[in-house]
Design a binder for this molecule. Structure first.
Ligand SMILES: Cc1ncc(COP(=O)(O)O)c(C=O)c1O
Length: 390
């Protein structure tokens, strides 16, 4: 159907008009179980009462002022994110790409402080960091970059999960100032690196005085069964970016920094009109408090293990299932063939799933999903996978 929207998306012909918990309803009254959650955004499900109430109350009190003034909830949210992560300072943006823009700018300033005129950042193949010019240049996917040259300079690309490749860059390139990497690649196909990958990255960064910058936009805020995915390892990044689940649907992003990286931005070096406004920060603060109060991260761990165990029982003997993998409620089922058509087939059965990297079913359900709802997802997805053909 032609309409006035630019054709940057090819949406399914479904219009949702209502949500509650893990469920959505379309304009014909059909119910769907949402195992995409707005692509890892609505971790507390749809129309969460505490979040909805906080947004309504804040909207009735004060939506926006400006970063020209102190913003009550922004300070409280920043303090809470620092306490949860162990990092020291926060800059608030409105999206993931913007959070990564902040990280890239911060790394460049850090390089300049060290007398490096053309600072380079190491990034990985298969990564996704956003759609702005700098973040699509950092992204390791040619399709995202196609048509947008000249790209932003200053990124050096290596294979994901390849420590030797980074060591070899360290030997040959004295302009490197940082590594920017996802702890688990999301859009790239739910790629889980070796358990000691982050620790090794930390060591290389320490040895070379580089910043370790983790893009936790998809993995952060509980998605992997820890507040932040780096907490599965015994390390701390210098910079971490967040967005997606932070506002449960209210747009907000954050770039956190610690130690030497925390004091790089000074008044005038970066900014945003909307970033960290009273409405977004109040919503995000309520999200964090609710996750804590309702023990959502423990549920994520338990349910994530349940999903993996059930899929493994039902699907690991199927010839065309290449791998079942994931951490927490970030789950990928890679087939030996492309399977994009499963998205529409699942939706016919009232289930929303995602397919990424062409051949990988990706499940990112709300973190408060229960066992009965998980069983509904597992049964439909397993049947679809078993009957799927190349
Ligand atoms: C790891 C990662 N980084 C960055 C982004 C970009 O976030 P946004 O779409 O909010 O700009 C995404 C979005 O999918 C992402 O998954």
């Amino acid at each position: 159907m032609a309409n006035s929207l630019m054709t940057t998306y090819a949406p399914l012909p479904i219009t949702f008009t209502k949500g509650e918990g893990v469920f959505l309803w379309d304009n014909n009254g059909k119910r769907y179980l949402d195992a995409v959650a707005g692509v890892a955004v609505c971790s507390l499900g749809h129309a969460h009462p505490a979040v909805a109430e906080a947004i309504a109350e804040q909207a009735n009190t004060l939506i926006h002022t400006s970063n020209l003034y102190q913003i009550e909830h922004q300070v409280e949210l920043g303090d809470k994110l620092c306490a949860l992560s162990g990092l020291d300072k926060v800059f608030f943006s409105n999206s993931g790409a913007e959070a990564n823009e902040a990280a890239i700018k911060l790394a460049r300033l850090y390089g300049k402080q060290q007398g490096i005129e053309r600072p380079n950042i190491i990034v990985t193949r298969g990564s996704f960091h956003g759609r702005t010019l700098a973040t699509l240049s950092a992204t390791g996917n040619r399709k995202v970059q196609a048509g947008f040259s000249p790209l932003v300079d200053g990124f050096v690309r290596v294979n994901y999960n390849d420590i030797e490749a980074i060591k070899s860059v360290a030997k040959s390139n004295s302009d490197v100032v940082a590594i920017l990497v996802e702890p688990v690649q999301g859009e790239g196909g739910v790629i889980v690196p070796d358990t000691d990958y982050l620790k090794q990255l930390r060591d290389i960064c320490d040895a070379n005085d580089w910043l370790l910058m983790l893009d936790e936009i998809q993995t952060g805020i509980g998605r992997t069964g820890q507040w932040f995915a780096f907490q599965h390892s015994d390390i701390k990044p210098d910079v971490m970016t967040l967005a997606k689940a932070l506002g449960n649907g209210v747009p907000i992003g954050a770039c956190l920094a610690s130690g030497k990286a925390a004091s790089i931005f000074t008044p005038g070096t970066h900014g945003s009109t909307f970033g960290g406004n009273p409405l977004a920060t109040r919503a995000a603060l309520t999200v964090l408090k609710t996750i804590q109060q309702d023990n959502i991260i423990a549920n994520t761990k338990t349910m994530g293990e349940y999903f993996l165990a059930e899929f493994s029982t039902k699907l690991s003997a199927i010839d065309h299932v290449k791998e079942i993998r994931g951490v927490g409620l970030m789950i990928g089922i890679e087939l030996t063939h492309d399977c994009g058509e499963l998205v529409a087939k699942a939706s016919e059965q009232g289930l929303l799933i995602n397919v990424t990297a062409a051949n990988t079913i990706r499940l990112l359900p709300p973190l408060l999903i229960n066992k009965e709802q998980a069983d509904e997802v597992i049964n439909i997805v397993s049947d679809l996978v078993i009957s799927s053909t190349a």
